[in-house]
Design a protein around this ligand. Structure first.
Ligand code: UDP
Ligand code: MG
Length: 311
């Protein structure tokens, strides 16, 4: 019977065949120098490029490498969550397979954990390889979500973190489907620590986050932590109603006390189109929340596992 691991490493893998061997070489080098009993859980998120074959070869050579393979692509956040469900360690570290999260940082995370940190977050010092646009939109997004959800997330937070067993067990209780882990790992509380690191460029392959996926990631984050967008309609409605009331008084005054006629199909049309546009936008906002309620009520499992290796 193998010893129970002290440290579990959870790695989401989606078409990372070009990265896996180098990733494993650097990761195992660091882990072996730590002198802890560890396990590595690779979560294959429906890869179609032979990533799983590479992982099973790694497992044949080193049984501490274990794997979970989804029946299809379920997404980064779900892959991380599945890894947490299976991890046995007293602490769990999650990091990406593309070597943007340097494994050499692990001893620092472990040191913070030993010093009492229960959630050890990492912050990118500068994102080499991330474009100007990505940096600007990210900083705007974090300012917005912190403001309306009261989260205080740092703008360069990464999904590279250590979680103590208590934090993992708390996260495992959260079964909602929109899983914005950067928010959830703050939301659970516990003693939070921070470590800075310099993100590298991706070792091989291309990013799996297209612009569309990035936007839906941002919308997920906001809708799962705040109802402010819904309330905004009410605020805007109040302001509009207030100004229309003033305008009614003005129109009545002109009609009753002067001989002037109020001009205006252009202003009527503008007002109608403006209000119509605003209403459609807020119908969309309501739709976003509604579709999430719909998704949650279906109560489908978060993921479906096809194969398990060594677990
Ligand atoms: N990933 C995943 N499922 C997905 C998309 C990504 O498991 O649907 C994994 C991917 O293999 C990588 C990590 O999540 O290990 C981060 O993805 P990526 O590097 O493409 O994102 P970026 O660093 O560009 O934001
Ligand atoms: Mg990456």
């Amino acid at each position: 019977m193998p010893e129970k691991p002290e440290l579990s490493i959870v790695v989401p893998v989606y078409n990372e065949a070009g990265c896996l061997l180098e990733f494993y070489r650097r990761l195992s080098g660091t882990l072996n120098s730590l002198g802890l009993v560890y396990e590595i859980i690779m979560v294959d998120d429906g890869s179609g490029d032979g990533s799983l074959e590479i992982i099973s070869r790694l497992n044949a050579a080193e049984p501490r490498v274990k794997a979970l393979s989804f029946s299809r692509n379920f997404g980064h956040m779900i892959a991380l969550s599945a890894g947490l469900d299976f991890a046995q360690g007293a602490a769990v570290i999650t990091l990406d397979a593309d070597l943007q999260h340097p494994p050499e940082l692990i001893p620092k995370l472990v040191a913070k954990w030993r010093a009492g940190g229960q959630v050890v977050n990492t912050i990118r010092k500068e994102s080499r390889g991330a474009g100007f646009l990505k940096n600007v939109t990210a900083s705007f997004f974090y300012r917005l979500i912190n403001r309306i959800a009261g989260l205080s997330l740092p703008a360069n937070a990464a999904d590279y973190r250590l979680l103590d067993r208590r934090a993992v067990d708390s996260l495992k209780q959260i079964r909602e489907r929109s899983r914005f882990l950067r928010g959830l790992t703050r939301w659970i509380g516990f003693r939070q620590e921070f470590v800075e690191f310099e993100a590298d460029r991706r070792f091989a392959g291309a990013t799996k986050y297209s612009l569309g996926r990035m936007i839906s990631f941002a919308v997920d984050g906001i809708t799962s932590f705040s109802a402010f967008p819904l309330r905004l309609a009410a605020y805007l409605g109040l302001v509009t109603a207030f100004f229309s009331f003033l305008y009614i008084i003005y129109a009545l005054y002109i009609r009753i006390f002067t001989r002037q006629a109020i001009e205006g199909w252009a202003s009527v049309l503008t007002a109608v189109l403006f209000i119509g546009g605003v209403q459609l936008i807020f119908l969309g906002v309501i739709g976003e929340y509604l579709s999430r309620i719909y998704d949650e009520t279906k109560q489908r499992p978060l993921y479906i596992i096809d194969k398990q290796i060594g677990l």
